[in-house]
Structures are given as C-alpha cells and as structure tokens.
Design a protein around this ligand. Sequence first.
Ligand code: GLN
Length: 502
Amino acid sequence: MNGIVGLSTVELSGAIATGEVSASGALEAYLEAIDKLEPQVHAYNEVLVDHARTTATEIDAARAAGRPLGPLAGIPIAVKDNMCTAYGKTTCSSKILANFKAPYTATAVEKLHAAGAVVIGKANLDEFAMGSSTENSATKATRNPWDTARVPGGSSGGSAACVSARLAAAALGSDTGGSIRQPAAFCGVVGLKPTYGRVSRYGLVAYGSSLDQIGPLTVDVSDAALLTAVIAGHDTRDSTSADRGVEDYLAEVDTPIENLRIGLPDEFFTDALDPGIGEAIARAAGLYKDAGSEIVNVSLPHSRIDADAEGNLSSYAVACYYIVAMSEASSNLARYDGVHYGHRGEKDVEGIVELFSRSRAEGFGPEVVRRIMLGTYTLSSGYYDAYYNKALKVRRLIKNDFDRAFEKCDVLLCPTSPTTAFEIGEKTDDPLTMYLADIYTISVNLAGLPGVSIPVGLDAGGLPVGMQLIGPPFSESAILRAARMYEKISGVTRLVPEIART
Ligand code: GLN
C-alpha cells in the first residue's frame, strides 16, 4: 500500500491543505492502486481518469493562487453509479441505462465538488440498488477485498469495496434497506445512513422514494463525520429534504457522550443470529460498560426476528419493507419505457405497447423484473388494502416501537447483518434468503432513523464483523460520537485487508 492511500480522508485533506501532498499526487496514488487491484476487486463501473485529473489540476491551481480550499479539497471519492453526474455515465448497473448520460449532477455530488473533492469513478451496485450482494449488477459481480470468493454485500458493494481496498479515500452509497450499512459491515469499513431527509435525494435514481437516503462509506468514523456534514442540508429541489441546519459533526465527534445509555433490543438477539456475531456485539457492549456507559434492555416487538427449527428466518419488518419498497419501485421504474429513457427494443416491434414491453423485457434484469411485478400486484385494486395499506400500518407500529425505546436510551446497539460476507453464488438461487441479509437494517429505513455500521473486529475466519448504532431522528452527531467512542476504547479502526497491504 503506498503511503498516500494509507491515510484517512481527514489526514489526506490536512496534507493537501499544507501542501505536503498535491491533489494530483493524491489522485495518481489512487489511480496506481486501482491499476493494481481493480482487476481482482471489480469495484468500478467506470474510472473517470480524465475528469478526475482535470479536477485535481484545478484544485492544485487554486491552492497555488492562494484561493481558499474546501474541506475535501483533492480527496478522491467514488460515487455509487445510481447518482447522476453530468460527466461520465450513470448506469445504475442496468442494461436499460447502459448508455445513459445524465444532464445534471446530484445535489450530494455537487456538494462534494463544492468542498473540493475529486470524483474518481462510479462504483458498481446491484441493478437499481436492488440486492444485498452486488451480484444483481448487469455489469459484473464486485468481490470482497477480504476474500475475493465472497460478496462485498450490497447494494453499495462497489462503494464499500473501493474504500476497503483503498481504491478511493471515501465513497458515497445509498441505503434503502441497508445498502450502505450491510456492505460496510461485510468489507470492514464505516457506513452511515442519515435520517430520512437529512441529505437531498435530488439526482439519486429513485428506488423506494420514502426509504432512500445517500450516505458516506469511509475508513473511520471521523471521515464519516466529515463527509456527512459536507453532503447534508436542505435542498429546495427535494421536497422531502429537511429544512434545518447541519451540525459540525467532525468538530463534535471526539467528544465522548457522558452517561451514554445504550439500548440492546431483545428481539435482535435471538437464535437467528450467528453466535460469533452475537458474542462480538456482547463484547462491544461490555467495553462500553467498562468505559462508563449504561446498558439497558429495550424492546422492538414489531421488528422481532425469529428462526424456525430449520433455521429459516422471519420478521414483520422484512415483509413490510419488501411490500413498501417493491410498490414504490414499480411506480418509480415505470419511466423506463424506451421512449422517455433507456434502452429501446425496437427490432421487429409492432406498435407502442410492444415497444414498451420489449424495451423493458430486454433492459431489466430478473430481480428488477420480479420486484416490478410484485410491486404492481401489491398496488393493484383489490390487493392494495390487503398488502400496501397493511404494510403502511405495520410501518407505523415499527416506528412507534423505536420512539418508545428512545425514551429509555440514547442509542441502540445491534448487529448490522446476521452473518459475515457470504460466498459468491451462495444465495443467488433463493431471493428470499437474500432478502433476509437485511433483517437488522431495514426497520431503520422504515422508521426514517439514522444508523451507522462500524467494524467491531474480525471473526474466527478473518472476516470483518459490523455493529450498528441507531439513534432518534437527526441524532447523527450522537451516533457518530458513540461510534468514535468504540473506536477509541476497542482500538478497532481502519481495518486493511491483506490484498491492500502490500
Ligand atoms: N437489500 C435491500 C433490497 O434489495 C436493500 C437495498 C438497498 O438498501 N438499496 O431492497
């Protein structure tokens, strides 16, 4: 690993600010790492070499001219390929958008630019962010840098793998049901899903609009604090974005929370959990306790996770999430018809209806098709009340449980995922098992809360284990501070996989 890619974002921005490292020098160090490791990791859909070199040169010129530099000046950052950029392509890892060039740049990415960041490439994902392993990508399966026979998680698997293998200093991902936190856990990095409305969704290709949020994936908690502060804030172009100020998360992150009350949800620690992960979380709770935090038991009855005698998992939250997410997806994806957008299947086509259906059949992959069909079913007359409306009621019950839990504690501590990274191909034949990979993360999206996943350590097989800290709405500062406390008391931070060490 060359010296520059071993730095965190906060450290690299310090080195660029003092002139010790130039933006172009930093970029070339990352491009060299990409040349070396990308053929094994497959994290990027597109490395934006020319765009990145031009931006880095501009940053260096600004510095030479004495102009003030933003907090991310010269930092190479990867962006999940479902965020629009007015340069390069925005494909959502789908055949239907294989050649799509967005006419504008997403607000969160604009904010990166305004802070001086260098967007180095577009990261792979499950097609339209639907999946938990990045195997649903129409381009390729990204590999887990800790073991290239395993998945990086998903859907922001490319973003997590880039950061883990040090092929970008940091990345943006999106999280509808766990897509930032679960890949962060699988790849041993930090991933934060902000409160719904904290970060503008303008320019994020919609999957489940009432659930989607953009957030950072980084090598440590301080970097996550810096990136969250840069991308958060009100945006008149997203009517669901929250009109409230953004705290300086980085300035606050090193201040421990006194008398921190940590809630352990009873329903999350059942037979459904891999014992190794359960023990790792219990150890983490023990460390917090030794450091003066109070551990309390709380209950989230409607997020309960059960396992039957055969080990099959079930939860109301998963059922509720997949109805809400698929319903929203079916209406959001109606726009890809070969006329407004995307691939046009016009060979031997007679009439407009056949043009629509041919374009969609050729352009969408099997998981996306399944979701559009299921979502259309749950929204159709006669089934709407039985499924969609019922799911909205369950969603409210899930949210009420969290509100009650936060009367007794400041943050919740739980696993991010029921297992560590699984093997490529292990779950592709069984969509239901794949859906259960998000069993610990989806209720957070349903309730609109912020959640962060940080590495708790490695399991017996040397794979990263993630833990999740969840807080009330707009408590990003508190969950980041609590996460930073864990880094300090455990010493677990900035894990580097073998592949990136040499
Ligand atoms: N795996 C979940 C799904 O497929 C979550 C995906 C996401 O958060 N984008 O819907």
